[in-house]
Design a protein around this ligand. Structure first.
Ligand code: PLP
Length: 343
Protein backbone atom coordinates (compact mmCIF):
# COMPACT_ATOMS: atom_id res chain seq x y z
CA UNK A 1 0.00 0.00 0.00
CA UNK A 2 1.32 3.43 -0.96
CA UNK A 3 1.55 5.65 2.10
CA UNK A 4 2.77 9.19 1.32
CA UNK A 5 3.23 9.94 5.04
CA UNK A 6 6.02 7.34 5.14
CA UNK A 7 7.90 9.22 2.41
CA UNK A 8 7.48 12.59 4.12
CA UNK A 9 10.23 14.31 6.10
CA UNK A 10 9.84 13.79 9.84
CA UNK A 11 9.60 17.54 10.63
CA UNK A 12 6.88 18.01 8.00
CA UNK A 13 4.93 15.03 9.32
CA UNK A 14 4.95 16.64 12.77
CA UNK A 15 4.19 20.14 11.46
CA UNK A 16 1.14 21.91 12.77
CA UNK A 17 0.25 24.04 9.72
CA UNK A 18 -0.61 27.73 9.93
CA UNK A 19 -4.34 28.28 9.81
CA UNK A 20 -5.37 31.48 8.10
CA UNK A 21 -8.58 33.37 8.88
CA UNK A 22 -10.06 31.99 5.68
CA UNK A 23 -9.23 28.43 6.75
CA UNK A 24 -11.01 28.88 10.08
CA UNK A 25 -14.33 30.13 8.72
CA UNK A 26 -15.51 29.05 5.27
CA UNK A 27 -19.24 29.88 5.29
CA UNK A 28 -21.20 32.89 4.08
CA UNK A 29 -21.25 36.04 6.25
CA UNK A 30 -22.26 39.68 5.91
CA UNK A 31 -19.57 41.15 8.15
CA UNK A 32 -15.97 40.02 7.79
CA UNK A 33 -13.85 41.20 10.71
CA UNK A 34 -11.55 38.21 11.00
CA UNK A 35 -8.53 38.92 8.82
CA UNK A 36 -7.49 42.54 9.46
CA UNK A 37 -8.30 43.40 5.86
CA UNK A 38 -9.39 46.82 4.69
CA UNK A 39 -13.21 47.05 4.73
CA UNK A 40 -13.30 49.33 1.66
CA UNK A 41 -14.53 47.29 -1.30
CA UNK A 42 -12.27 47.38 -4.34
CA UNK A 43 -12.68 43.84 -5.60
CA UNK A 44 -9.24 43.09 -4.18
CA UNK A 45 -9.46 44.15 -0.53
CA UNK A 46 -10.14 40.59 0.70
CA UNK A 47 -7.68 37.71 0.93
CA UNK A 48 -8.28 35.11 -1.79
CA UNK A 49 -9.53 31.57 -1.10
CA UNK A 50 -6.38 29.82 0.23
CA UNK A 51 -7.56 26.50 -1.23
CA UNK A 52 -8.76 27.96 -4.57
CA UNK A 53 -11.98 25.92 -4.42
CA UNK A 54 -13.84 27.48 -7.35
CA UNK A 55 -10.80 27.17 -9.60
CA UNK A 56 -10.09 23.56 -8.59
CA UNK A 57 -13.72 22.62 -9.25
CA UNK A 58 -13.45 23.87 -12.83
CA UNK A 59 -10.05 22.32 -13.43
CA UNK A 60 -11.32 19.02 -11.97
CA UNK A 61 -14.23 18.96 -14.43
CA UNK A 62 -12.01 19.72 -17.42
CA UNK A 63 -9.27 17.27 -16.45
CA UNK A 64 -11.64 14.57 -15.23
CA UNK A 65 -10.05 14.28 -11.78
CA UNK A 66 -11.31 15.05 -8.25
CA UNK A 67 -10.54 18.44 -6.63
CA UNK A 68 -8.81 16.58 -3.77
CA UNK A 69 -6.23 15.36 -6.29
CA UNK A 70 -5.26 18.91 -7.36
CA UNK A 71 -2.66 21.26 -5.89
CA UNK A 72 -2.33 24.78 -7.33
CA UNK A 73 0.83 26.80 -7.02
CA UNK A 74 2.62 29.97 -8.03
CA UNK A 75 3.74 28.33 -11.29
CA UNK A 76 4.68 24.65 -11.44
CA UNK A 77 8.06 25.83 -10.19
CA UNK A 78 6.43 26.27 -6.77
CA UNK A 79 5.13 22.70 -6.87
CA UNK A 80 8.64 21.45 -7.73
CA UNK A 81 10.08 23.33 -4.75
CA UNK A 82 7.38 22.17 -2.33
CA UNK A 83 7.75 18.53 -3.41
CA UNK A 84 11.47 18.70 -2.67
CA UNK A 85 10.86 20.40 0.67
CA UNK A 86 8.18 17.95 1.76
CA UNK A 87 9.83 14.68 0.80
CA UNK A 88 13.64 15.08 0.71
CA UNK A 89 15.82 15.48 3.80
CA UNK A 90 18.43 18.18 3.06
CA UNK A 91 22.02 16.99 3.04
CA UNK A 92 20.97 13.33 3.08
CA UNK A 93 18.45 12.37 0.41
CA UNK A 94 18.48 12.66 -3.37
CA UNK A 95 16.43 12.96 -6.55
CA UNK A 96 17.12 11.69 -10.06
CA UNK A 97 16.90 13.66 -13.28
CA UNK A 98 17.34 12.68 -16.94
CA UNK A 99 19.46 15.36 -18.63
CA UNK A 100 19.36 17.25 -20.85
CA UNK A 101 16.19 18.43 -19.15
CA UNK A 102 14.44 21.38 -17.48
CA UNK A 103 16.98 23.26 -15.34
CA UNK A 104 14.79 24.07 -12.34
CA UNK A 105 14.86 20.51 -10.96
CA UNK A 106 18.58 20.90 -10.28
CA UNK A 107 18.35 24.51 -9.09
CA UNK A 108 15.44 23.80 -6.76
CA UNK A 109 17.19 20.70 -5.40
CA UNK A 110 20.38 22.71 -4.82
CA UNK A 111 18.43 25.39 -2.95
CA UNK A 112 17.00 22.67 -0.74
CA UNK A 113 20.42 20.97 -0.34
CA UNK A 114 19.10 17.81 -1.97
CA UNK A 115 21.58 15.80 -4.08
CA UNK A 116 20.83 15.30 -7.77
CA UNK A 117 21.70 12.01 -9.46
CA UNK A 118 21.96 12.36 -13.23
CA UNK A 119 20.94 9.55 -15.54
CA UNK A 120 21.55 11.02 -19.02
CA UNK A 121 19.18 10.31 -21.91
CA UNK A 122 20.70 8.29 -24.77
CA UNK A 123 21.48 9.68 -28.25
CA UNK A 124 17.78 9.39 -29.20
CA UNK A 125 16.80 11.22 -25.98
CA UNK A 126 15.35 8.05 -24.44
CA UNK A 127 15.65 6.81 -20.85
CA UNK A 128 17.64 3.59 -20.49
CA UNK A 129 15.21 1.87 -18.10
CA UNK A 130 16.99 -1.50 -17.88
CA UNK A 131 20.27 -0.16 -16.56
CA UNK A 132 18.38 2.16 -14.24
CA UNK A 133 16.24 -0.31 -12.33
CA UNK A 134 18.91 -1.49 -9.84
CA UNK A 135 19.69 2.14 -8.92
CA UNK A 136 16.07 2.75 -7.94
CA UNK A 137 16.50 0.48 -4.90
CA UNK A 138 18.48 3.18 -3.06
CA UNK A 139 16.28 4.19 -0.10
CA UNK A 140 17.76 7.68 -0.03
CA UNK A 141 16.56 8.31 -3.58
CA UNK A 142 13.15 9.92 -3.06
CA UNK A 143 12.00 11.30 -6.39
CA UNK A 144 12.42 10.96 -10.15
CA UNK A 145 11.79 14.01 -12.34
CA UNK A 146 10.61 12.89 -15.78
CA UNK A 147 9.85 15.71 -18.18
CA UNK A 148 7.47 14.63 -20.98
CA UNK A 149 7.53 16.16 -23.56
CA UNK A 150 11.06 16.90 -22.45
CA UNK A 151 12.50 20.41 -22.44
CA UNK A 152 14.77 21.07 -24.40
CA UNK A 153 14.67 17.90 -26.54
CA UNK A 154 10.93 18.04 -27.34
CA UNK A 155 10.19 14.30 -27.25
CA UNK A 156 7.65 12.37 -25.19
CA UNK A 157 8.84 9.72 -22.76
CA UNK A 158 6.79 6.57 -23.55
CA UNK A 159 3.93 5.89 -21.16
CA UNK A 160 4.96 2.25 -20.67
CA UNK A 161 8.40 3.33 -19.53
CA UNK A 162 6.99 5.78 -16.98
CA UNK A 163 4.73 3.04 -15.61
CA UNK A 164 7.62 0.56 -15.33
CA UNK A 165 9.73 3.13 -13.49
CA UNK A 166 6.90 4.07 -11.13
CA UNK A 167 6.13 0.43 -10.35
CA UNK A 168 9.78 -0.33 -9.65
CA UNK A 169 10.31 2.64 -7.34
CA UNK A 170 9.42 3.23 -3.68
CA UNK A 171 9.49 7.06 -3.99
CA UNK A 172 7.59 9.61 -6.07
CA UNK A 173 7.71 9.81 -9.86
CA UNK A 174 7.11 13.40 -10.90
CA UNK A 175 6.01 13.63 -14.54
CA UNK A 176 6.31 17.20 -15.75
CA UNK A 177 3.74 17.65 -18.54
CA UNK A 178 4.21 21.40 -19.06
CA UNK A 179 4.01 20.82 -22.85
CA UNK A 180 1.54 17.91 -22.99
CA UNK A 181 -1.17 19.89 -24.83
CA UNK A 182 1.04 20.11 -27.91
CA UNK A 183 1.52 16.32 -28.02
CA UNK A 184 -0.73 13.78 -29.66
CA UNK A 185 -1.55 11.98 -26.39
CA UNK A 186 -3.65 12.39 -23.28
CA UNK A 187 -0.60 12.18 -21.03
CA UNK A 188 -0.51 10.39 -17.69
CA UNK A 189 -3.45 12.02 -15.87
CA UNK A 190 -5.80 9.14 -16.65
CA UNK A 191 -3.39 6.78 -14.85
CA UNK A 192 -3.37 8.65 -11.55
CA UNK A 193 -5.42 6.09 -9.62
CA UNK A 194 -3.50 3.17 -11.04
CA UNK A 195 -0.10 4.71 -10.16
CA UNK A 196 -0.44 6.22 -6.67
CA UNK A 197 3.23 7.29 -6.41
CA UNK A 198 3.00 9.50 -9.52
CA UNK A 199 2.70 13.30 -9.47
CA UNK A 200 1.72 14.97 -12.76
CA UNK A 201 2.70 18.62 -13.20
CA UNK A 202 0.94 20.87 -15.70
CA UNK A 203 0.89 24.64 -16.11
CA UNK A 204 -1.09 27.61 -17.37
CA UNK A 205 2.15 29.05 -18.79
CA UNK A 206 2.25 27.28 -22.15
CA UNK A 207 -0.85 26.11 -24.07
CA UNK A 208 -3.17 28.16 -21.82
CA UNK A 209 -1.24 31.28 -22.82
CA UNK A 210 -1.06 32.61 -19.26
CA UNK A 211 2.59 32.60 -18.19
CA UNK A 212 2.02 36.06 -16.71
CA UNK A 213 -0.43 34.93 -14.04
CA UNK A 214 1.92 32.24 -12.60
CA UNK A 215 -0.34 29.24 -12.11
CA UNK A 216 0.86 25.67 -11.98
CA UNK A 217 -0.99 22.44 -11.25
CA UNK A 218 0.10 19.26 -9.53
CA UNK A 219 -2.17 16.21 -9.76
CA UNK A 220 -1.56 13.36 -7.34
CA UNK A 221 -2.86 10.97 -4.66
CA UNK A 222 -4.88 13.01 -2.12
CA UNK A 223 -2.31 12.14 0.58
CA UNK A 224 0.46 13.81 -1.44
CA UNK A 225 -1.77 16.81 -2.17
CA UNK A 226 -2.59 17.20 1.55
CA UNK A 227 1.10 17.33 2.41
CA UNK A 228 1.74 20.05 -0.20
CA UNK A 229 -1.24 22.01 1.12
CA UNK A 230 0.11 21.82 4.64
CA UNK A 231 3.45 23.42 3.77
CA UNK A 232 2.43 25.95 1.11
CA UNK A 233 2.31 29.67 1.95
CA UNK A 234 -1.33 30.32 2.97
CA UNK A 235 -2.29 32.50 -0.01
CA UNK A 236 0.15 31.17 -2.60
CA UNK A 237 -2.22 31.75 -5.55
CA UNK A 238 -3.26 35.38 -5.50
CA UNK A 239 -6.77 36.72 -6.17
CA UNK A 240 -5.98 38.25 -9.57
CA UNK A 241 -4.53 34.96 -10.76
CA UNK A 242 -7.56 32.99 -9.58
CA UNK A 243 -9.92 35.40 -11.34
CA UNK A 244 -7.94 35.43 -14.56
CA UNK A 245 -7.72 31.63 -14.64
CA UNK A 246 -11.45 31.22 -13.93
CA UNK A 247 -12.38 33.48 -16.82
CA UNK A 248 -9.88 31.74 -19.14
CA UNK A 249 -11.47 28.38 -18.30
CA UNK A 250 -14.76 29.70 -19.66
CA UNK A 251 -13.20 30.34 -23.06
CA UNK A 252 -11.91 26.95 -24.08
CA UNK A 253 -12.55 27.15 -27.81
CA UNK A 254 -9.98 29.89 -28.49
CA UNK A 255 -7.38 27.76 -26.79
CA UNK A 256 -8.04 24.73 -28.98
CA UNK A 257 -7.62 26.87 -32.09
CA UNK A 258 -4.33 28.33 -30.82
CA UNK A 259 -2.95 24.88 -30.08
CA UNK A 260 -3.92 23.62 -33.54
CA UNK A 261 -2.28 26.64 -35.11
CA UNK A 262 0.94 26.23 -33.14
CA UNK A 263 1.18 22.56 -34.08
CA UNK A 264 0.69 23.47 -37.75
CA UNK A 265 3.33 26.18 -37.41
CA UNK A 266 5.70 23.72 -35.74
CA UNK A 267 5.43 21.44 -38.80
CA UNK A 268 5.94 24.34 -41.22
CA UNK A 269 8.88 25.73 -39.30
CA UNK A 270 10.57 22.34 -39.10
CA UNK A 271 10.18 21.82 -42.85
CA UNK A 272 11.57 25.28 -43.69
CA UNK A 273 14.46 25.04 -41.20
CA UNK A 274 15.55 21.77 -42.82
CA UNK A 275 16.10 23.65 -46.10
CA UNK A 276 18.67 26.07 -44.62
CA UNK A 277 22.42 25.42 -45.08
CA UNK A 278 23.16 26.47 -41.47
CA UNK A 279 20.80 23.79 -40.12
CA UNK A 280 22.28 20.35 -39.47
CA UNK A 281 19.21 18.71 -37.93
CA UNK A 282 15.79 19.60 -36.54
CA UNK A 283 14.70 17.07 -33.93
CA UNK A 284 11.07 15.89 -33.95
CA UNK A 285 8.99 17.73 -31.36
CA UNK A 286 5.83 17.05 -29.34
CA UNK A 287 6.05 20.50 -27.74
CA UNK A 288 5.77 24.17 -28.81
CA UNK A 289 9.49 24.47 -29.55
CA UNK A 290 12.09 22.87 -31.78
CA UNK A 291 15.57 21.73 -30.88
CA UNK A 292 17.75 22.64 -33.86
CA UNK A 293 21.36 21.57 -34.45
CA UNK A 294 23.16 24.25 -36.40
CA UNK A 295 26.62 24.61 -37.90
CA UNK A 296 27.82 27.13 -35.29
CA UNK A 297 25.41 27.67 -32.37
CA UNK A 298 27.32 30.49 -30.66
CA UNK A 299 27.71 32.57 -33.80
CA UNK A 300 24.18 31.97 -35.07
CA UNK A 301 22.68 32.78 -31.66
CA UNK A 302 24.55 36.12 -31.63
CA UNK A 303 23.69 36.89 -35.27
CA UNK A 304 20.01 36.27 -34.65
CA UNK A 305 20.05 38.46 -31.52
CA UNK A 306 21.75 41.21 -33.55
CA UNK A 307 18.79 41.03 -35.95
CA UNK A 308 16.37 41.25 -33.03
CA UNK A 309 15.39 37.58 -32.91
CA UNK A 310 15.99 35.91 -29.56
CA UNK A 311 16.22 32.13 -29.30
CA UNK A 312 17.72 29.98 -26.54
CA UNK A 313 21.28 28.73 -26.93
CA UNK A 314 21.21 25.21 -25.47
CA UNK A 315 24.62 24.14 -26.78
CA UNK A 316 25.94 23.65 -23.24
CA UNK A 317 23.26 20.96 -22.76
CA UNK A 318 23.03 19.51 -26.30
CA UNK A 319 26.13 20.27 -28.42
CA UNK A 320 25.51 22.65 -31.32
CA UNK A 321 21.84 23.16 -30.51
CA UNK A 322 19.47 26.11 -30.29
CA UNK A 323 15.97 25.81 -28.83
CA UNK A 324 13.45 27.81 -30.79
CA UNK A 325 9.91 28.46 -29.55
CA UNK A 326 7.21 28.27 -32.21
CA UNK A 327 5.73 31.73 -32.69
CA UNK A 328 3.02 33.12 -34.94
CA UNK A 329 3.38 32.52 -38.70
CA UNK A 330 4.78 36.03 -39.00
CA UNK A 331 7.31 35.64 -36.20
CA UNK A 332 8.46 32.31 -37.62
CA UNK A 333 8.93 33.94 -41.03
CA UNK A 334 11.02 36.68 -39.38
CA UNK A 335 13.19 34.02 -37.77
CA UNK A 336 13.62 32.20 -41.10
CA UNK A 337 14.51 35.42 -42.88
CA UNK A 338 17.06 36.28 -40.20
CA UNK A 339 18.63 32.82 -40.67
CA UNK A 340 18.63 33.28 -44.48
CA UNK A 341 20.43 36.62 -43.96
CA UNK A 342 23.29 35.07 -42.03
CA UNK A 343 26.66 36.13 -43.36
C1 PLP B 1 9.35 21.45 -18.33
C2 PLP B 1 8.92 22.69 -17.63
N1 PLP B 1 8.33 22.59 -16.45
C3 PLP B 1 7.91 23.69 -15.80
C4 PLP B 1 8.11 24.95 -16.31
C5 PLP B 1 7.70 26.13 -15.51
O1 PLP B 1 6.38 26.28 -15.51
P1 PLP B 1 5.67 27.44 -14.67
O2 PLP B 1 5.65 28.63 -15.54
O3 PLP B 1 4.32 26.86 -14.40
O4 PLP B 1 6.45 27.65 -13.40
C6 PLP B 1 8.73 25.09 -17.54
C7 PLP B 1 8.96 26.43 -18.09
O5 PLP B 1 9.63 26.65 -19.04
C8 PLP B 1 9.15 23.94 -18.22
O6 PLP B 1 9.80 24.01 -19.39
Amino acid sequence: MFDPEKLTRENIRRLKPYRSARDEFKGEASVWLDANESPYESGLNRYPDPMQRALKKKIAAIKNVEPQNIFLGNGSDEAIDLLLRAFCVPGRESVMIFPPTYGMYTVSAAINDVAVIESPLDDNFHIDTESLLPRLKDKRLKMLFICSPNNPTGNLIPEGQIITLAQSFHGLVVVDEAYIDFADTQGMLGRLEEIPNMVVLQTFSKAWGMAGIRLGMAFAHSGVINILNRIKPPYNVNGLTQKAALSKLDRLSGRAREIRELIRERHNLRRELHKLPCVVNVFPSDANFLLVRVTDAERIYRELARQGVVVRNRSSMVPGCLRISVGTARENEQLLNALRNLQ
